[in-house]
Design a protein around this ligand. Structure first.
Ligand SMILES: Nc1ncnc2c1ncn2[C@@H]1O[C@H](COP(=O)(O)OP(=O)(O)OP(=O)(O)O)[C@@H](O)[C@H]1O
Ligand SMILES: [Mg+2]
Length: 310
């Protein structure tokens, strides 16, 4: 079988169910890797464009560049320095036409996957990103298939409800089919999102269920889960804060309020500047821990691939 190339260190975050934390995880992990001094590219391959607009506060070209690459093999031009060490290929509504026109594109000999993998590989070659994180939308099968044929690794987040697990099941089928068709994408791990860290027995049970869904992939789930933090999730999106930026914002606000109190000043905040979070350091800690796990697993796979197995 022909070997299909992939983009090195490109990690696709996917689950065919909506609202399971794909975008939050892409943004959270990317910002932690970049904050640690490594170069990161975020590819927002979702017509909703959440990771661009809400998480990083950059609507950019709303997916036009990515759509042109997918259809016409146009070279990719990222938004540079969205955060220090972090570039972004914006997503958005232009990508919705990619899926809707996919079958006629295929009839005309257009290979979405080949166009994307070639352009992204070229960009990676020029920029030498340490990590590429790809966000995907719910559903959106043709685009998802192209992404599964582009990434080297796959991360699958899920909530614990049955509908989210159904989304894992659908994705598992696509993943296995992609591999049967020659894609080299490897499952890196799955994780719980919007979960209670103290519910250890239930969490374990759900993770075992996911492992079964992925047909006994033999891949352990990540130890880290992303805890429920409703206030933090509202604040990060409303203000386009990364998890670490939110921690800094709540701390400086606290310092500001204390200073005002000492001076006997009023401490009111205008509504638009209001933060619901008091302390989001737990959430930021989860993203840091997940980032460490992701980087460690990639390093282990790379070492194994070099044949330097202990
Ligand atoms: N730690 C958290 N706890 C609870 N809710 C959260 C948390 N982080 C994010 N959320 C919220 O959960 C919802 C889903 O998150 P997110 O958008 O990351 O999921 P998604 O899988 O990318 O969704 P979609 O499939 O629509 O792209 C959002 O409303 C987000 O604000
Ligand atoms: Mg999303």
């Amino acid at each position: 079988m022909e070997t299909i190339p992939y983009v090195p260190r490109a990690v696709l975050v996917a689950n065919q169910k909506g609202g399971v934390g794909k975008s939050s995880i892409v943004a959270g992990v990317a910002s932690m890797v970049a904050g640690g001094g490594r170069r990161v590219l975020v590819v927002d391959a979702d017509p909703q464009g959440n990771v661009s607009k809400s998480d990083f506060g950059e609507a950019g070209d709303q997916g036009k560049g990515l759509a042109q690459t997918l259809h016409y093999s146009v070279p990719l031009e990222p938004l540079r320095g969205v955060r220090p060490n972090l570039d972004l290929l914006p997503g958005g509504s232009f990508l919705s036409m990619v899926s809707s026109t996919a079958s006629s594109a295929a009839d005309n000999g257009i290979d979405l996957r080949l166009n994307l993998v070639s352009a992204l590989y070229e960009l990676w070659g020029e920029e030498r990103y340490d990590l590429i994180l790809i966000d995907s939308g719910p559903g959106d099968a043709p685009l998802l298939d192209a992404l599964l044929g582009t990434a080297q690794y796959l991360v699958v987040p899920t909530k614990q409800d049955d509908a989210s697990l159904d989304g894992v099941e659908l994705l598992a089928q696509r993943y296995l089919r992609a591999r049967q068709n020659g894609a080299e994408v490897q499952l890196l791990g799955m994780l719980l999102f919007d979960a209670n860290p103290r519910a250890t027995v239930r969490n374990r049970e759900v993770l075992d269920q996911i492992t079964d869904i992925l047909h006994g992939s033999g891949v352990d789930s990540f130890q880290t889960l992303i805890r429920t933090d409703a206030a933090g999730s509202i604040d990060t999106r409303r203000h386009s804060f990364t998890p670490s930026e939110l921690v800094a914002a709540t701390q400086s606000r606290r310092a500001g309020i204390l200073k005002s109190l000492r001076k006997g000043e009023k401490t009111g905040e205008p509504d638009e500047a209001r933060l619901w979070s008091r302390d989001s350091s737990g959430l930021a800690g989860d993203y840091q821990a997940l980032t460490n796990e992701v980087l460690t697993r990639i390093a282990e796979r790379e070492t194994a691939a070099l044949g330097v197995v202990k």
